[in-house]
Design a protein around this ligand. Structure first.
Ligand code: NAD
Length: 264
C-alpha cells in the first residue's frame, strides 16, 4: 500500500477511536522562531490534529525570551492537567540550550520522544516500523543497514530493528566508500537519514528484493528531494515527498493518543 493511503486509513481509524473519548485531548506546541520550514511543520501538525479531533494549542514566543522563562513555561505545562503532550519546535534561538529544554519536558508528555527516558518512541522511527509492519516486512535475521546516526532517526530506528531480530549495521560520515557499497549490496532493508540529495543512486548495487526507506528531506531549487534517487532497482522504495514525512506526522498523533491513555 502506498504511504499516503496507509496514513489516510490509520487517520480514519484514529479519528473513530478519538470520537469515542468523552474528553478534549489537547497538546501544546511551543515555537520560538519564525523559520519557514518550522512554520510549515507546525501548520502540518495542527492540521493533522484537527482532522482526527485533537486540540492543538500553539504558543509562539518572541526570540528574545530567556532560557529561564521558557523553562518556566514548560514546567507550568508539565503540571497542567488539561494538556497531554508538549512539543518544542526546533530550532531555538542560539542563547537557549535545546538539550536543556528537551530534558525539561515531562517524560509523560514528551510526545516527540526526544528525552532519553521518554515513554514515547520518536515519531520518525515509529512511523517507519508501522509502515514496514503494514507491508509485512519479515524482520527476523534480515540484514538492515541504517545510514546516518542521529539521535532522532538513525540510532532509534537501529534499536527498533535490532529488537525485531535484524542484523543491524549503522554507517555514518566516516564510513569508507567501499565499505558502504559492500553493506548496501548485502542489505535487505536500507534506512537512509543523512540529508544529502540523491546520496544513494544507481551506481550502487542492490538486492532486487531490498526495501529502501528514504528519510531525507532536502530543499532544492527543484522542490523537496530525498537522500535516494527515485526508481532504484529494488522491491520497495519510499517516495519523497509524501513518504516518511507523512509517517512521522501520523506517529505524532498516535503518541498524543498514547499520552492521553497514560493519563497525566
Ligand atoms: P542530522 O541531519 O542530524 O545528521 C546527519 C547524519 O547523517 C549524521 O548522523 C551523519 O553522521 C550522517 N551522515 C552525513 N554524511 C554522511 C555520509 N556521507 N554517509 C553516511 N552518513 C552520513 O540527521 P537527521 O536529523 O536524522 O536528518 C537526516 C535527514 O532526514 C535530513 O534530511 C532531515 O531533514 C531528514 N528528516 C526527515 C524526517 C521525516 O519525517 N521525513 C524526520 C527527521 C529527519
Amino acid at each position: 500500500m502506498e504511504i499516503k493511503d496507509f496514513v489516510k486509513k490509520r487517520k480514519e481509524e484514529l479519528k473513530e477511536e478519538i470520537s469515542k473519548i468523552n474528553k478534549t485531548i489537547s497538546f501544546l506546541i511551543i515555537q520560538v522562531n519564525d523559520d519557514e520550514a518550522s512554520n510549515a511543520y507546525v501548520k502540518g501538525k495542527i492540521k493533522d490534529a484537527s482532522e482526527v479531533g485533537i486540540n492543538a494549542i500553539l504558543k509562539r514566543y518572541p526570540t528574545s525570551i530567556t532560557e529561564e522563562e521558557l523553562l518556566k513555561e514548560i514546567d507550568k505545562t508539565n503540571n497542567d492537567q488539561n494538556i497531554y503532550g508538549i512539543i518544542v519546535q526546533m530550532p531555538l534561538p542560539k542563547h537557549i540550550d535545546e538539550k536543556k529544554v528537551s530534558l525539561a519536558i515531562s517524560i509523560k508528555k514528551d510526545i516527540d520522544g526526544f528525552h532519553p527516558m521518554s515513554l514515547f518512541t520518536p515519531c520518525t522511527p515509529k512511523g517507519i516500523i508501522s509502515y514496514l509492519d503494514e507491508e509485512n516486512f519479515n524482520y527476523d535475521s534480515k540484514n538492515a543497514l541504517v545510514i546516518g546516526r542521529s539521535h532522532i532517526v538513525g540510532r532509534p530506528i537501529a534499536e527498533l530493528l535490532l529488537n525485531r531480530n535484524c542484523n543491524v549495521t549503522i554507517t555514518h560520515s566516516h564510513t569508507k566508500s567501499d565499505d558502504l557499497r559492500r553493506y548496501v549490496k548485502n542489505a535487505d532493508l536500507i534506512v537512509v537519514a543523512i540529508g544529502k540529495t540523491y546520496f544513494l543512486d544507481k551506481t550502487y548495487e542492490y538486492k532486487n528484493d531490498a526495501y529502501i526507506i528514504d528519510v531525507g528531506i532536502n530543499r532544492t531549487g527543484d522542490g523537496l528531494k530525498g537522500d535516494c534517487k527515485p526508481s532504484l532497482p529494488v522491491k520497495l522504495q519510499t517516495p519523497v515527498p509524501k513518504g516518511v514525512g507523512l509517517l512521522t506526522r501520523l506517529s505524532l498523533i498516535e503518541n498524543i493518543l498514547e499520552a492521553y491513555k497514560y493519563g497525566i
